[in-house]
Every structure is written in structure tokens, then in C-alpha cells.
Design a binder for this molecule. Structure first.
Ligand SMILES: *Cc1c(COP(=O)(O)O)cnc(C)c1O
Length: 511
């Protein structure tokens, strides 16, 4: 290395040019690595009997960072600028519904009456907050036509757990504890079989490889696999529209057969953005469904979250949902007390869910109104079909469209020239685009699942398809080598993903 410029990542006297820092784009190391033992982060009076300004003469480095306030501020500000987010650009992750989070949501959630309350406050002092939750329960019940709503689950996967626990509780209460099999299509999100297994169910897989959908024939084969009338079938978990971006067209007939066998239909509601305001899942036979407020209803995802995954259930399952739910008695709101509803499958977590997300989701619903929510799903489906139509000649479409709110391609054409889905994803990064969801769903090889959402402009979609077309053309022209180098311009290039998976470094060690 040259012996010249410095950034504050350097902690020794031999400060070198940091090869990874270019164009004011700092490569940020760990706070622990900034530590030095010879200067204090704060000014302390010199201790008597020791020459060390830090007062740590006998303790060797104990891992406390000796960094100053400006260093700490810069560290965290730099890290914060490394977050690629929906606020920085297009984010076409299929099945994730990365839509714009309207600022009105944030404004309302920050009102002191919502932001500064505590879950243990007396109910008489938080009537407004309880009213918000009660209204949200009503909106969700109305939009799904599933009248029993519990807002507590903290994410979609947590909602699945709540929903399958509800199903299990119902079977147990109805003398059907022998029902121990959950049907799950092979296109399902991994959380579906994982949840069923956590609840003690055996998983029976319904194949969808040929058609991209659950057919009545494939369903019957799974339902009656034991040569009986579906005696042991507890239920079925299906995403509709499914993870191939297709509406499950045979669902009504399938659900009738399932109900005849005494099973419950769990709908994974992660893809509700394709349906919201247009059709109500309760109308096509759904018994239980979770809703990802952080997908369909624009509350922030993940690290910017937390998420929220309420469940909605049909009348016959209402007695079994987790508690507490918000009740209205006269003009007063209150939370259900523990044990008040004996049939409940119990409490999922402390308190009553991610209240800040409830405020944001209700704000979104009320600011859109019924007509606005309908436009949401219509525009989401339109945008996905636009991308499908633009790219269908460049990328292999495994299942014929039209699609719902996301479109699925595979690497088939590019693979002929040695270019894979991973190469295309890295190429997108090179051209300033966040990649789509890759290698999911598992039912096709080298899947690329693209969900634009309704909040992107036609310009944004055109920029994306232009890059995708360029990558397809480069692959067609045999420019394979350069694909393997992508991304060239990003601070971090190709990672050794196999090594990262095999030898994960889960904590920092002071070497
Ligand atoms: C996102 C998603 C989930 C899980 O939701 P989380 O909130 O991430 O736990 C489940 N199923 C499908 C189809 C999803 O897209």
C-alpha cells in the first residue's frame, strides 16, 4: 500500500491508503477495530498512581472502544448511508412488496398520543390507541371478509404461527387431534412448512412443477394419499396469488374438497397486494390468513420495521385465535384479559403487538380509502404485467401470463451462454439496480421473481427493463466473462458465498 492518505479507520501510526475507500465512499470497519488503548474517548482526570490516561493500567484491552464522539457519530452515519432502501431506489424483490412508505404514516405515528404511551398504562388513558387497533381490526376484517382479527403477531412468519396454532386448537377442541398432516405446495415460502412443523404437523407436499399452480388432480392425490377420505388432513397452506405470481384458479373447488375432509384452508397473505380492495379472500373459502402490514399496508420492512403480521379468521375459528384482541363495550375499548376466552390458543408475546405499525397501516388504509386500495392492487398488477411484456422475449417465462403483482423468469436462455441468475443479479448491481428475488420459488431452475409494486413510475420500470435487456443482450453475445466479474464498481465485489455459508463468522474476535 502507499503511505499516504488516511481515513479514521486507521488505528496505527502507519497509516496507509485504504484501497477500498474511493470518491468519499468510505469503507467502514467495525467500531471495535477503531479502538486504541493509548487515548481515551473522553477526558478523564488523570488518576493518581497511574500513568495511563484511560485508567486501565492493569486491565489489558477489555474491549471497550476508546473512541471520541465525532468518531462514533461518523461511524454510525457512514453505516446508515450504506443501507440500500426503498427510499434510495427501485427495489423489485419479488414476494416482498417493497413499496413506498408514505410520510403521512410516519407523521401520524409520531403524534405524542401514539408515540409516547406505554403498554402498561391504564386503559382509561389510552382509549384513542385502543380505538386505532379496534378500527384496524375492522378494516382488516372488511378487506378480507374474515371477521376474527388478532393484531399481535410481529411478522408474517409469526402470523403463520398464530394461524396454524389456531387451526390446531380448533381441531383439538373439536375432538380431531388425530389430524396431523398439513398440505403445502412445493412453491410455498419456506416459512409455511417450517411453521406447520413447529406446530407438530407432518408436511405433505403438493407438486406444482408442471403448471405453476395447484391443480385439482394434484390436490386430490395429496388429500387422499392414504386411501381414505382425508381423515388425517389438518389443513392446507397456500399463498394466493402464489409465489410464481399466478392466481390459483382452481382454489374454490380445492377448498370445497378440503373442507369436506374436515381440513382448514390457511392462506399465506404475503401477496395480498395483488388482491386488496378487489376481492376478499374469505369469499374464496379462506379460513385463516395472515397479513403482512409491512408489505401490503406500507409499514417499513425488517430493520426499518419492526414488521407486523395480524391474522384474520372465519367465524368458525374466531373462538380459537390468540389473545388479546381489542373489544369495544359501549363507548369504551379494552384489551381482552389473559384467560378470559378459554378457547383461545393463548398469548403469543408480551403486550399486544407492534402498535406503531398498527397506526401506520390504519393511516395508509384511511388515506387511500376503499377506492384507493382497489387502485393499489390494479396498478400493482398492471406494473408487473408491463415488466413481463417488456422482458418476455429476452428472458424465459416458465408459466404463461398474464401474471398478478409479480412476474417470474428463469435463467434458461442465458444459461446457454454460461450466464446464471446470480450473474444477472450482480450485473443489476453494477448498473445501479437492486436485484430481484433470485432462486425463489424453488419450482423452477434459476428463478428471477420481480415485483415492481404500484408505487414505481413508468420511467423507473423502463430504466429497469432497459438494464435487464442490456444484460440479456450481453449474455446473448457471449460476453460471459464480464458477468463473472460483476459487480465491478461496488465497494464489495463478489463474495465467496460458499465459504460464507460453510464458515460463517458470527462474532468479532480481538486478534
Ligand atoms: C414475506 C413472506 C412471508 C413471511 O413474512 P415475514 O414478515 O418476512 O415473516 C411468508 N410468506 C411469503 C410468501 C412471503 O413473501
Amino acid at each position: 500500500m502507499n503511505s499516504f492518505a488516511l481515513n479514521d479507520n486507521d488505528t496505527t501510526d502507519t497509516m496507509d491508503i485504504n484501497d477500498d475507500t474511493r470518491g468519499l465512499n468510505y469503507d467502514e470497519n467495525l467500531l471495535f477495530e477503531k479502538e486504541r488503548t493509548d487515548t481515551p474517548g473522553v477526558d478523564l482526570p488523570t488518576l493518581k498512581g497511574t500513568s495511563s490516561r484511560t485508567g486501565q493500567p492493569t486491565r489489558k484491552n477489555i474491549g471497550l472502544h476508546q473512541v471520541s464522539e465525532p468518531q462514533v457519530v461518523r461511524h454510525f452515519v457512514r453505516l446508515s448511508t450504506k443501507n440500500y432502501s426503498i427510499d434510495s431506489g427501485f427495489f423489485p424483490l419479488g414476494s416482498c412488496t417493497m413499496k413506498h412508505n408514505p410520510r403521512i404514516n410516519e407523521k401520524v405515528a409520531r403524534l405524542p398520543g401514539f408515540a409516547h404511551i406505554h403498554p402498561m398504562q391504564p386503559e382509561s388513558t389510552v382509549q384513542g390507541a385502543l380505538a386505532v387497533m379496534h378500527d384496524l381490526q375492522n378494516w382488516l376484517a372488511e378487506l378480507t371478509n374474515l371477521p376474527g382479527v388478532c393484531l399481535t403477531p410481529a411478522a408474517g412468519a409469526h402470523g403463520e404461527l398464530a394461524g396454524v396454532m389456531t387451526i390446531r386448537r380448533a381441531h383439538e377442541s373439536q375432538g380431531n387431534a388425530h389430524k396431523n398432516i398439513m398440505l403445502v405446495p412445493d412453491s410455498a415460502h419456506g416459512t409455511n412448512p417450517a411453521t406447520a412443523a413447529m406446530c407438530g404437523y407432518k408436511i405433505r407436499v403438493i407438486p406444482t412443477k408442471e403448471t405453476g399452480r395447484v391443480t385439482v388432480e394434484a390436490f386430490k392425490e395429496a388429500l387422499y394419499a392414504d386411501g381414505d377420505d382425508g381423515h388425517d388432513i389438518a389443513g392446507m397452506m397456500v399463498t394466493n396469488p402464489n409465489t410464481c405470481g399466478l392466481f390459483e384458479t382452481d382454489i374454490a373447488e380445492i377448498v370445497d374438497l378440503l373442507h369436506d375432509a374436515g381440513g382448514y384452508f390457511y392462506c399465506d397473505g404475503a401477496n395480498f397486494n395483488a388482491l386488496v380492495g378487489k376481492i376478499r379472500p374469505g369469499d374464496f373459502g379462506v379460513d385463516v390468513m395472515h397479513i403482512n402490514l409491512h408489505k401490503t399496508f406500507s409499514t417499513p420492512h425488517g430493520g426499518g420495521g419492526p414488521g407486523s403480521g395480524p391474522i384474520c379468521v372465519a367465524d368458525n375459528l374466531k373462538p380459537y385465535i390468540p389473545s388479546p384482541i381489542v373489544l369495544k363495550e359501549g363507548k369504551q375499548y379494552r384489551l381482552e384479559r389473559d384467560g378470559e376466552r378459554e378457547t383461545s390458543c393463548g398469548r403469543l408475546k408480551g403486550y399486544q403487538g407492534q402498535f406503531g405499525m398498527h397506526v401506520r397501516a390504519l393511516t395508509y388504509m384511511m388515506s387511500h380509502g376503499a377506492d384507493g386500495l382497489k387502485r393499489v392492487s390494479e396498478d400493482a398488477v398492471l406494473n408487473a404485467n408491463y415488466i413481463l411484456s417488456q422482458l418476455k422475449d429476452d428472458y424465459h417465462v416458465p408459466f404463461a401470463g398474464p401474471c398478478m403483482h409479480e412476474c417470474l423468469f428463469t435463467e434458461k436462455y442465458q444459461k446457454e451462454n454460461g450466464v446464471t441468475t446470480l450473474d444477472i443479479a450482480k450485473g443489476l448491481i453494477e448498473y445501479g439496480m437492486h436485484p430481484m428475488t433470485v432462486y425463489f420459488p424453488l419450482v423452477v431452475n434459476g428463478a428471477m421473481l420481480i415485483e415492481p409494486t404500484e408505487t414505481e413510475s413508468k420511467d423507473a420500470l423502463d430504466r429497469f427493463t432497459k438494464v435487464m435487456k442490456k444484460l440479456a443482450a450481453d449474455a446473448r453475445n457471449g460476453e460471459t466473462e464480464k458477468f463473472h466479474d460483476y459487480p465491478v464498481s461496488a465497494p464489495t465485489r463478489r463474495l465467496d458465498e460458499v465459504k460464507a455459508a460453510r464458515e460463517p463468522k458470527l462474532r468479532w474476535k480481538n486478534s
